[in-house]
Design a protein around this ligand. Structure first.
Ligand SMILES: [Zn+2]
Length: 320
């Protein structure tokens, strides 16, 4: 049963909005494009494990994607967490193509491709840290402990994994291709037969995990050293992608491709909320959407969000 779906993170949505509204000549644009491409590849790679997970029995497994919890000192992110009455399993998804070599005596993995070698941080250290942080989270939240396992899943089935050490069998089993998930889970089911949680306790734990999720809400403009005034305002045409839409005769009209729409300002307001502020005044919305009439702007804001604070002229709309 999927408790928390795999969705684009707030940070990824912010990157998309930034890329959309950054002028092509901006000095930091390539940096934004590269980060976005990397994060998007990661997101798509993680989708690859949804299929093998669909083979699990529906009721016994509580599945959480992209859970970001706090251990009391620092946040920790779990790509996928499986919760059962018997044990808990963390899946750390890696998207590394080509051929990788793991030396278990040295905290690094090496990817070789053609004549190049590249080093990545040791994922075994990462999953051990995640387990410790998860245990700490259980202690902080006064929950009974239960067996905790963590494995590394290679999202790309064509990745070749080699182990340098001969006596590393137990570690070798902790890194698997995503198609190997059902088999790995069958093995765990065979090892953990004692229920530590009742159905009711598990449901309460599941709710607590959901409530404990803290989405990373960083200042993306600060991260990429972009000033608000450098970004493109206005409503983007969903046909030709120019920021050219003009509100005329009760609809958005593009003077270039003559496309028309009623709701193209939704995307603009979402961009505003991701890049600048989750609340907006009528005045700021007029400026950003290139509108002149406060009444039209009010209607559009009300259509997008019926949550607001303040009265009449001081009213601000909550965009997310
Ligand atoms: Zn157009």
């Amino acid at each position: 049963m999927i408790i928390k779906k795999r969705e684009k993170t707030l940070h990824l949505k912010k990157l998309e909005a930034l890329e959309r509204r950054m002028p092509s000549a901006h000095k930091n644009r390539s940096m934004v494009e590269e980060t976005l491409a990397r994060q998007m590849a990661g997101f798509k790679g993680e989708l690859a494990i949804n299929y093998p997970l669909s083979f699990l029995p529906q009721m016994t497994y509580y599945i959480f994607h992209h859970l970001r919890l706090f251990d009391g000192t620092r946040p920790f992110q779990l790509d996928t967490l499986l919760l059962t009455p018997y044990y808990l399993l963390i899946l750390e998804v890696k998207i590394i193509s080509g051929s990788i070599t793991i030396n278990h005596d040295f905290p690094q993995i090496i990817r070789s491709s053609e004549d190049k070698e590249e080093a990545f941080a040791d994922p075994f250290i990462q999953i051990e840290r995640q387990k410790l942080q998860m245990k700490q989270w259980f202690i902080n939240n006064r929950r009974k402990t239960m067996p905790m396992e963590a494995i590394i899943v290679m999202a790309n089935e064509r990745t070749v994994v080699r182990h340098d050490n001969a006596n590393s069998r137990s570690l070798e089993e902790k890194i698997i291709p995503c198609g190997g998930i059902p088999k790995c889970i069958r093995n765990m089911e065979a090892s953990y037969k004692k229920a530590h949680y009742s159905e009711k306790e598990l449901e309460s734990l599941s709710n607590l995990l959901l409530r404990g999720h803290q989405e990373l809400d960083s200042d993306i403009l600060k991260q990429f050293q972009v000033n608000q005034l450098e970004l493109i305002s206005g409503v983007q045409c969903s046909a030709c992608w120019r920021f050219s839409m003009v509100w005329k005769r009760r609809r958005w009209q593009c003077p270039y491709c003559h496309s028309r729409s009623l709701n193209d300002h939704f995307q603009a307001l979402e961009d505003y909320s991701l890049l600048f502020s989750p609340i907006i005044s009528n005045r700021d919305a007029r400026k950003f959407l290139h509108l002149s009439s406060p009444d039209n702007t009010k209607r559009m804001l009300r259509k997008y969000s019926n949550r607001y604070t303040g009265k009449t002229s001081g009213r601000k709309y909550l965009l997310r």
